[in-house]
Design a protein around this ligand. Structure first.
Ligand code: PMP
Length: 388
């Protein structure tokens, strides 16, 4: 029996072999010509993946939370009004970050599983003048997805900076940053971008960079301060050596490999693959009479799914049995519902076999837990979507 289990959590994910083998190469100097080339090429490719030809990309050692911290610390000044559109745990985190930098924060949210609508956001923007709004494209705690396009348009209409937490969406869900007028799109390496944890990635619009440059007060975070990083990004892109903090050399080299894989697949094809695999998984859950957290498929993510345990099944038992069947999935993340649901990641390199294997393991685990269902119903429903 294979010793290795398939990692189907919403990040870190299964990485491509070329990405992993790049990590194992001898670490070079952060000012070596071939590394400068890797860094510069990665910045250029980020603009393509983010679809932001005029944006300023940043690659910094850290996690997705650092990328959120960068957006917050560089764009907020004490007393600024900010609106956080939340669909779960990571929306709440953004509110905490913005408050830390002195923002007055209003949070717009609904009960778990329901997405805030553009009309509700517009009403909030009409009622009060905000400097910026943040929203989570896919909240990884609930698998609820928002549509960034109308939110970007509202940002332009009301002259509010729009910050998209794309940690669980960039390179897995459609984002046209520039066309849709989103000012910051941020993510982390370990999700659909396909590189092990350790890189904070973001692209800022010219408007966001102007707001940053016109700050009246210093940035309240030394490491995250774009004044320290902008020159570094510009130098690498101009293929010149520079230094502020030692970059995670191997991770950046792996990022170059992964971004090439993403662009070779083609953004549109990649998004369509995520959509098909997610639709197949949701069809399987429906066929097994399991319910997902998002109130309907139009607000359900393509990068992960959050599924309620059936009432008659104990959370720990089901997770253990899925694991024994060779698949690693994640438990719940929302504090009040942590034992009520589990999460399955399906992003990045994920393919049809991975998702069918996962559904097979869920069926095997449900059977072990004495849940009543039609054996293979999930597999059949998923295969219909995958072959359709
Ligand atoms: N935002 C979202 C939507 C996320 O899914 C995560 C990580 N799960 C984060 C932010 C924070 O990223 P990290 O764990 O890399 O700090």
């Amino acid at each position: 029996m294979k010793g290795r289990k398939l990692l189907m959590i919403p990040g870190p994910i299964e990485f491509e072999p070329e990405v992993l083998s790049t990590l194992g190469k001898p670490t070079t100097s952060h000012v070596a010509p071939d590394f400068i080339e890797s860094f510069g090429a990665s910045l250029e490719m980020m603009r393509k993946v983010w679809q932001s030809p005029s944006g300023q990309p940043f690659i910094v050692g850290g996690t997705g939370t650092l990328a959120m911290d960068m957006a917050g610390s560089n764009l907020i000044e004490h007393g600024d009004e900010a609106l956080v559109v939340s669909s779960g745990y990571f929306g709440e985190r953004f509110a905490d970050i913005l408050k830390r930098y002195g923002a007055k924060v209003d949070v717009l949210k609904h009960e778990v599983g329901k997405a805030v609508t553009p009309a509700e956001i517009e009403a909030a923007l009409k009622a009060k003048k905000y400097k910026l709004l943040t929203f989570t494209h896919v909240d990884t705690s609930t698998s609820v997805k928002l549509d960034p396009k109308p939110i970007g348009e509202l940002g332009k209409k009301y002259n509010v900076l729009t910050i998209l937490d794309g940690v669980c969406s960039v390179a897995g869900e459609e984002i046209q940053q520039e066309e849709w007028g989103i000012d910051v799109v941020l993510t982390a390496s370990q999700k659909a971008v396909g590189v092990p944890p350790g890189l904070a990635l973001l692209v800022a619009s010219p408007k966001a960079m102007d707001v940053f440059k016109n700050r009246k007060t210093p940035v309240g975070n030394y490491y995250a301060d774009w004044n320290n990083w902008l020159n570094i990004m510009q130098a690498y892109e101009a293929r010149k050596p520079s230094y502020f903090g030692t970059p995670p050399v191997n991770l950046v080299s792996a990022l170059e490999v992964s971004l090439k894989i993403i662009l070779n697949e083609g953004i549109d094809k990649r998004i369509a693959r995520h959509h098909k695999i997610a639709s197949a998984f949701r069809a399987a859950m429906k066929a097994l009479n399991l319910h997902i957290i998002p109130e309907n498929d139009s607000v359900a993510a393509n990068t992960l799914s959050a599924i309620y345990y059936p009432k008659e099944v104990a959370a720990a038992d089901l997770l253990r049995e899925i694991n024994l069947a060779g698949i690693i999935v994640a438990g719940g993340l929302l504090k009040d519902l942590a034992t009520a649901y589990f999460r399955v990641g399906h992003m990045g390199s994920v393919n049809a076999s991975d998702i069918l294997g996962t559904i097979g393991a869920i069926e095997a685990a449900l059977k072990k837990c004495n849940y009543t269902f039609e054996p293979s119903a999930g597999i059949i429903a998923a295969q219909k979507v995958l072959l359709g």
